[in-house]
Design a protein around this ligand. Structure first.
Ligand SMILES: *Cc1c(COP(=O)(O)O)cnc(C)c1O
Length: 461
């Protein structure tokens, strides 16, 4: 027999410690999802086989990071782990000054409070929930300047995270540069499905904003994932290292907020990094009020150590190729089977197009919520609704807001699951898709007043 001409690829790590997961029967899952009111947020993690609810804080740390946890210097002030983190941020991201925070939103709180005045406008390449809320709480208004392609789930443009320079220029003309405290630029845009921006676009944004003296604040939560797409898709970067691309991105901006629970491979942590000394001084002062002293910012010394090491691991070529590659592997399987997903596949998850998969279920009967529940019932895979339930109600009319996108998000934690798990997920999606004609919708029987998707309860129609 001739061996096949295939060269397989596998994860660049091996397993040293295992966390057993519970295997369940369909009856077990039926009981669990009923008890959870058909809402995957209300399932107990113990009843989940493969948990794709989020990639936030769900990564597996390396043996080096765990060893680093034992080197925690839990001094109240001047912990050596803070200095290690500061050196790691400087080396890999290049920003001059560092203020650690317990997670990303705390850094957003600080920068918004310091830089935004009442009546200001903050342009950004699509909103993120906590980022926008902190801008608004500081008295500002968010203005979306992402390219139109980002709002179309079927447009195949490779850099759907790009800024529309005309939109940005019009905004500067309309409000004046002194009403714009900074432009908020996210890498690997979360709400667009993990879509990257190009270095060419960022350079143009830099040129335009510098002309008007407007700084750029970078939401760098998934910067390494964005760098990977630049390496693969942007002309001229095929031979540049991920670490160098990350530096090039950061060097085109003036400061950053980071949720280290994503790219940086830790379960908790974040920071504000900034080049302007005056802004740093104020942030160092304010962090004491909200988080803790400026050398720990609400974190234990061991957490800062794990973060310092995680940052270095996050820009390694083999790591990032495997991380984004695993998401692409799952997405490509579903695309090959003609299952409707958002395209191109982004960096941190695959988004199922529930509206297309369940066209006979009206949005009133919650197609994405239904699909997420069916997927759990089929295999114990936990996903998340991103559709009419998440969109909420119009505060004036009290009607549901009917968003254009009715999606189910399969978010992949970093270094936690294997290719075999991805096969199980893909096969379960295919099974549910095959039986889609038999699926009925849901009715909402309990609706909380705020952010209803977390706690709403449903029953089958
Ligand atoms: C998660 C996230 C944040 C907020 O960070 P937390 O650590 O959850 O507070 C901000 N921006 C983006 C793009 C994120 O994905």
């Amino acid at each position: 027999m001739n061996p096949p001409k295939r060269r397989s690829w596998a994860e660049p790590y091996k397993i040293k410690m295992v966390e057993p997961v519970k295997m369940t029967t369909r009856e077990d899952r039926q009981k669990a999802i009923e008890e959870a009111g058909y809402n995957t947020f209300l399932l107990r993690s113990d009843d989940v086989y493969i948990d794709l609810l989020t990639d936030s804080g769900t990564s597996a740390m390396s043996d080096r990071q765990w060893a680093g946890m034992m080197l925690g210097d839990e001094a109240y002030a001047g912990s050596r782990n803070y200095y290690h983190l500061e050196a790691s941020v400087k080396k890999h991201y290049g920003y001059k000054y560092l203020v650690p925070t317990h997670q990303g939103r705390a850094a957003e709180h600080l920068i918004s409070k310091i830089m935004i005045k009442k009546g200001d406008v903050v342009p950004g390449n699509m909103y993120f929930t906590t980022t926008r809320l902190h801008q608004e709480l500081a008295g500002g208004t968010f203005a979306d300047v992402i390219i139109d392609e980002a709002h179309d789930p079927e447009d195949e443009y490779p850099f759907k995270g790009n800024v529309d320079l005309n939109k940005l220029e019009d905004l500067i003309k309309k409000h004046g540069a002194d009403r714009i405290p900074y432009v908020s630029i996210a890498t690997s845009v979360n709400m667009a499905g993990g879509q990257p921006l190009s270095l060419e676009n960022l350079r143009q944004v830099r040129e335009l904003t510098q002309k008007h003296g407007i700084p750029i604040i970078h939401d760098m939560t998934r910067v390494a994932e964005n760098a990977y797409f630049i390496k693969m898709k942007e002309p001229g970067y095929g031979d540049t290292s991920i670490a160098d691309i990350v530096r090039e991105i950061c060097d085109l901006t003036d400061g950053a907020t980071m949720s280290a629970k994503k790219d940086a491979l830790v379960n908790i942590g974040g920071f504000l990094a900034i080049n302007d000394y005056e802004v740093f001084e104020e942030a160092r002062n304010l962090v004491v009020v909200y988080e803790g002293l400026h050398t720990y910012g609400g974190l234990a010394g061991r957490d800062m150590e794990a973060m310092a090491l995680g940052i270095a691991e996050s820009v390694q070529e083999d790591h990032i190729r495997a991380r984004v590659g695993q998401v692409q592997y799952l997405g490509d399987k579903l695309i090959n089977w003609d299952i409707p997903v958002v395209r191109p596949i982004g960096s941190h998850g695959v988004f199922l197009n529930a509206r297309k998969i369940l066209p006979d279920i009206p949005q009133d009967a919650f197609p994405a919520q239904t699909l997420a529940a069916e997927l759990y019932l089929d295999s114990g895979v936990r996903s998340m609704e991103r559709g009419v339930v998440s969109a909420g109600r119009n505060p004036e009319t009290g009607d549901h807001i009917y968003p254009k996108l009715e999606l189910v998000r399969l978010t992949i934690p970093r270094r936690v699951y294997t290719q075999a798990h991805m096969d199980v997920v893909a096969e379960s999606v295919a099974e549910v898709y095959e039986n889609r004609k038999k699926i009925r919708g849901l009715k909402m029987v309990y609706e909380p007043k705020y952010l209803r998707f977390f706690q709403a309860r449903f029953e089958p129609l």
